[in-house]
Design a protein around this ligand. Sequence first.
Ligand SMILES: [Zn+2]
Length: 383
Amino acid sequence: MNGTVVAILHADLYTPTRRIPDGAIVFGDGRILALGPTREVEIPTGARRIDAGGRPVTPGLIDLHLHGVEGRDMFGPELAEAARRLPRYGVTAFVPTTLTLPEAEVLERLQAMARVIQAPPPGARILGIHIEGPHLSPKRPGMANPAWFRPLTPEAVARYQEAAGGHILLWTFAPEEGEAMAAIPTLKAYGIIPVIGHSDATYEQAMEAIRRGVRQVTHFFNAMRPFHHREPGLFAAALLEPGVIAQVIADGHHVHPAALRLLFRVKGAAEVALISDAAPLAGLPPGRYTWLGYEVIVADGRCQTPEGALAGSVALMNEGLRVLIEEAGIDPLDAVRSATLTPARALGLRGLGQLRRGAFADLVLWECWGRPGAVWIHGEQVV
Ligand SMILES: [Zn+2]
């Protein structure tokens, strides 16, 4: 075998469908070779041994929804530099997410993103592109400018996917706008996973979208019609329908800890995907910034417009995982699953998001929840 074999011993292993206290994991050539209780796993001679001292080891975190990091905007050529910076937050794979701009500019930026994806930079794996806007509800815009909003059409899907070189993987849209419902089969035909978000959909409209194949909701609770017992909306449709995965932000500001607990209790960790929705300002000091022409203020762990609308998050996935465990009281096994295996499943990826023999050796050894100590991608230590 080429390259170093690494053996991490005495770890609190989260596979994450089960927890192995005092576990060991062996990997080499980019893949996981063995794992189990430390006393049972055979360590190959010559392996580099790391004693985890009881600290947690999890799969690398997978972020389905983020816009940038440390001043690098992923919606364009800076995607390469952003990929390089993500592993220090425990993120080993991600789906860079766009924003609402005039279409000519969107297409240009998609081309730049496609060039980065075709020659992958070192750092976290770029799994594809997530389109968020402009096919959103003017009633639920978040920070986006509704002046550029248009209902989703099959023609738009074709134009965007062509500019992106076929790399669009997720598409957030409001199915109740215009004829958007009819574009769902087109998204699927282009290999794109349809995602409801920034939507004012009623219960019936959401159910119709689900019947047509939608299986994911963008940042559940945020930028959607709130629950009402006579019009329970997308809220109840997504909570009740099995197989619908709810993305959720857990930065301590977007969603109350009790709402996080409600979501995990109703859906279970197999249908909750932790996302960061990180703004490019994530990881920068507090201050006033511009982001694609929008003025935003970073202060007290929040990123918001001068009018007070939350504009993405400034916490990355590592902090979200900590908030789930330490502030919302989610079982660590469930919290880890929502940040690893569930997002991988939401994308239909089998080799990522879990620690099992033959899977990619993307993993994190944590100093404590929220603080990655060492990170490996494809068996290479990157942090
Ligand atoms: Zn959003």
